[in-house]
Design a binder for this molecule. Structure first.
Ligand SMILES: *[C@@H]1O[C@H](CO)[C@@H](O)[C@H](O)[C@H]1NC(C)=O
Ligand SMILES: *[C@@H]1O[C@H](CO)[C@@H](O)[C@H](O)[C@H]1NC(C)=O
Ligand SMILES: *[C@@H]1O[C@H](CO)[C@@H](O)[C@H](O)[C@H]1NC(C)=O
Ligand SMILES: *[C@@H]1O[C@H](CO)[C@@H](O)[C@H](O)[C@H]1NC(C)=O
Ligand SMILES: *[C@@H]1O[C@H](CO)[C@@H](O)[C@H](O)[C@H]1NC(C)=O
Ligand SMILES: CC(=O)N[C@H]1CO[C@H](CO)[C@@H](O)[C@@H]1O
Length: 776
């Protein structure tokens, strides 16, 4: 009961949507939308990425290797540094019982260090190590490392390549949240490097309880640098839930950048660490909320006000019966308010958690020593000056009582029961004709990126529009990193197999008509009077057509050439009597609904569906076609009240006996085709790259025998696979020529049969239909 309620709750909270456009790996490559780098030796095992917009370079860390790529207009060879574990460490690692594959140097951290050097740290076969990489000045493409100049990376990256961690580099110091020992038990927030002594959290489950660190960022509080705080986003076991053992909560914890620990207690340990819970839930009936507790990724959408970035976060909830994902957005103001609120307090083991109502010592724990705390008479210029009572209180009350709710109190996006997981997010704030839109790019565990916007329908409901689904990697692979370059209008998408550079938009893909551009509802794109192109806000009153909120082409494109959209050219499709045939029609948008009409004389009526004739996702399937099925078939789509004729197909049914006769003569052709299919690699059919959108139905009609064969092989229930087979079978020039030949022969046979008939019956001679003229 409860589960069902939760499911319904989660699903109804947002209107879910299928992507309006799906682009395959091949589509992205052929249109130059994407390019992929997989390293020089295969097996890149990409484990870190640093996008350096200042130098226009992309730095990659993988297994025993580092790469530098130039992003500028002049593309040069990638530069490589081989960086294996130190001598002996690999053997030690294997001796210690680790897998051979894990005993390598996985480069996990790449941070800008100074004007000429990067800091790189790797797992070093379970003996973390760091080195400075010389990358030169802007414009140069140098990339070298002094292999003798390697230092310990303990406390900077985890030993285990599988363990998550988060770090940020600021003011010459590295802040890291990680497990810092061989066994992965010592969960800690460290500060290292720079001139000050190393700082860490105490080992105490009240502070960190099996944390999984996701992100770390320095976010200033105000103009006083002394108030700068470093925020850590992580999940941990929630001790405050009591009865529900093993519950996981998402936290944001913070420390003051100028924390130097206590004088007598908390020596070299954080004295300003406090944390709050981040809530991302969907309200349900009877007050039962569905909570998304597991944090997957965090993205800081920086604005002009560096103190107030918007925080986008992906959450998941995964159980045996239910898998759901949500994106929640948080405002810094709400996070600060929770930190300024009451502390969570538990009097003793038998007591309940509640808000602490007693006297809080001064300076309030969590407050940084600054101008405010350093007043005459109350001189707290450093955390070393803080009274012991403050440090004791901080140590026993790390958690705040109030939790942080997302902006609008609900997720901007919810996805449930999808066959993939949401892993990474970046967001671009885009100026459109009617305002700003936050375009989310979400990486999945199957190598795809979803481009999504969320519209507020009303105060309770958001409408999620998946503009595009981009298959960035050839094979299913988890996306492990995403970076966005607004300057280059590109995404850098990382997975263990490599990194892809993907353009944020490609407006031409949506089509050649105003209505198509409008239906796309992509804030990046607008109809400029002649094509769908990048929308650039400007003062020039050049009229651009865009309707992201409603996607209503009828209003937007009323004076534009709508008729140009409809297909006016007829295509001929052949079927053989009593055999199957297929009329293809795939709308560009899966959100469009398709209606098939048949036109006989001047009458148009909807095609009746039954056992014999059925609509599939890719078109109209005749399992047995009869002579009386001949006619003109119209494929009409409807989306957002906008109808369009996508295909007009004339079905001609060939006489079965004649075709059979020819088939018998042409047996060899059939076995050739089978051979081609089994031996042919996907790549060898590549020339027919545009098949999926512009492949003509007549190709399929001509090859109806192959189609039938395929249907028998895979069964009608596997319709989605038909596309793949069709591509292999019909986009082959050799076969195309063969089928053309077959039709030619059929025509000749028909002609001679007709002549024979007319000779015997003395029938009046009619002009034979010229099939050739209507062929592709
Ligand atoms: C893709 O880029 C290559 C090289 O820059 C260029 O030759 C080709 O014409 C481009 N193709 C398209 C479809 O833009
Ligand atoms: C950057 O740091 C490296 C490593 O400490 C040092 O060798 C180099 O001189 C520094 N460069 C600059 C410009 O400070
Ligand atoms: C680490 O990851 C690899 C590959 O993803 C996996 O085979 C291995 O079992 C993992 N090891 C641990 C300790 O989780
Ligand atoms: C509209 O488009 C159709 C087909 O592309 C074309 O034949 C016609 O001339 C166009 N009309 C105008 C007014 O542009
Ligand atoms: C087609 O099938 C029908 C009945 O299923 C049969 O009567 C007819 O002879 C068949 N025609 C051909 C050409 O095979
Ligand atoms: C040309 C062709 O494939 N003809 C086939 C049509 O279907 C019948 C049986 O349904 C077959 O015997 C023919 O070979």
């Amino acid at each position: 009961m409860l589960i069902i309620a939760l499911l319904i709750t989660a699903v109804s909270a947002t209107r879910t949507s299928v992507p309006r456009l799906r682009l395959t790996y091949k589509d992205l490559l052929t249109t130059n939308r994407s390019s992929v780098f997989i390293g020089h030796h295969g097996q890149l095992a990409l484990s870190s990425v640093f996008l350096d917009e200042y130098r226009d370079r992309l730095f990659l860390g993988g297994k025993d290797v580092l790469y530098s790529l130039m992003l500028g207009p002049i593309s040069t060879e990638a530069k490589e540094i081989h960086w294996p574990p130190l001598p002996g460490n690999k053997d030690d690692c294997i001796q210690a019982g680790k897998e051979q594959t894990e005993c390598a140097n996985f480069v996990r951290l790449l941070q800008p260090y100074n004007r000429t050097h990067l800091l790189a740290c790797g797992t070093g076969a379970f003996q973390p190590m760091c080195a400075f990489i010389y990358v030169g000045h802007r414009g140069e493409h140098v990339f070298t490392m002094n292999p003798g100049n390697v230092e310990s990376g303990r406390g900077k990256v985890p030993h285990d390549p599988n363990f998550t961690f988060a770090s940020t580099f600021s003011g010459g110091e590295l802040y890291t949240g990680l497990t810092a020992d061989f066994l992965g038990r010592d969960a800690v927030i460290f500060r290292s490097m720079g001139g000050r002594s190393t700082m860490r959290t105490e080992t105490d489950q009240r502070l960190l309880h099996d944390p999984k660190f996701i992100a770390a960022h320095l976010i200033p509080d105000n103009s006083d640098r002394d108030d700068d705080k470093v925020y850590f986003f992580f999940t941990e076991k929630a001790s405050e839930t009591g009865d529900r053992e093993g519950a996981i909560h998402t936290r944001v914890g913070r420390v003051c950048a100028n924390d130097v620990g206590g004088q007598r207690v908390l020596v070299n340990k954080w004295s300003t660490f406090i944390k709050v819970r981040l809530v991302c839930s969907v309200p349900g009936p009877h007050g039962i909320d569905t909570h998304f507790n597991q944090l997957e990724d965090v993205f800081l959408l920086r604005t002009k006000d560096e103190r107030n970035p918007d925080i986008y976060a992906i959450f998941s909830t995964i159980s045996n019966v239910f898998q759901g994902f949500a994106v929640c957005v948080y405002r810094m103001a709400d996070i600060r308010e929770a930190f300024n609120g009451p502390f969570a307090h538990k009097e003793g083991p038998e007591h309940q958690w509640r808000a602490y109502e007693g006297r809080v010592p001064y300076p309030r724990p969590g407050v940084c020593p600054s101008k405010i705390t350093n007043q005459p008479g109350r001189e707290f210029g450093s955390t070393k000056d803080f009274p012991d009572s403050v440090l004791q209180f901080a140590r026993s009350h790390p958690l705040m009582w109030r939790s942080v709710q997302p902006a609008q109190r609900q997720p901007v996006l919810v996805k449930t029961n999808i066959p993939y997981k949401l892993k990474q997010i970046v967001v671009d704030r885009v100026e459109a004709e009617d305002g700003q839109y936050d375009v989310m790019f979400i990486g999945t565990d199957v190598g795809t990126v979803l481009k999504v916007i969320a519209l507020n329908v009303n105060s309770l409901e958001t409408e999620e529009i998946t503009l595009e689904e981009l298959q960035v990697f050839k094979f299913s692979t988890p996306i492990t990193s995403m970076d966005i370059s607004v300057k280059r209008q590109a995404l850098y998408v990382g997975s263990p197999s490599g990194v892809a550079q993907v353009k944020l938009h490609c407006c031409e893909t949506y089509g050649k008509a105003c209505a198509e551009c409008c239906l796309a509802r992509d804030p990046y794109c607008a109809w400029d009077g002649s094509s769908c192109s990048r929308f650039v806000p400007s003062n020039k009153r050049r009229y651009r057509r865009q309707d992201i909120r409603h996607g209503n082409p009828v209003l937007q494109c009323v004076d534009q050439n709508l008729s140009g959209l409809d297909i006016t050219e007829d295509k001929v499709v052949y079927g053989t009597e009593n055999n199957s045939t297929f009329l293809e029609c795939v709308p560009r948008s899966p959100q469009a609904t398709v209606t098939w009409l048949i036109q006989r004389d001047d009458l148009k009526e909807e095609v009746k569906q039954d056992e014999r004739v059925m609509t599939t996702e890719r078109g109209l399937l005749f399992r047995h076609v009869f002579k009386q099925d001949e006619g003109v078939y119209i494929c009409r789509t409807r989306e957002h009240g906008f109808t369009q004729i996508l295909a007009r197909l004339t079905l001609e049914v060939l006489q079965g006996d004649l075709v059979n006769e020819l088939m018998a003569r042409d047996k060899a052709g059939f076995s050739d085709a089978l051979k081609d299919r089994s031996a042919g690699s996907y790549r060898s059919w590549m020339p027919c790259s545009t098949y999926s959108r512009s492949g003509s139905a007549s190709q399929i009609g001509q090859s109806r025998t192959w189609f039938k064969d395929i249907m028998q092989l895979i069964g009608p229930s596997n319709m989605p696979h038909v596309e793949e087979y069709c591509e292999r079978m019909w986009c082959n020039d050799k076969l195309k020529r063969k089928h053309k030949g077959m039709l030619e022969k059929y025509r000749q046979a028909q002609e001679s049969a007709r002549k024979a008939r007319s000779r015997s019956s003395g029938e009046r001679n009619r002009t034979p239909r010229d099939l050739r003229g209507r062929e592709e």
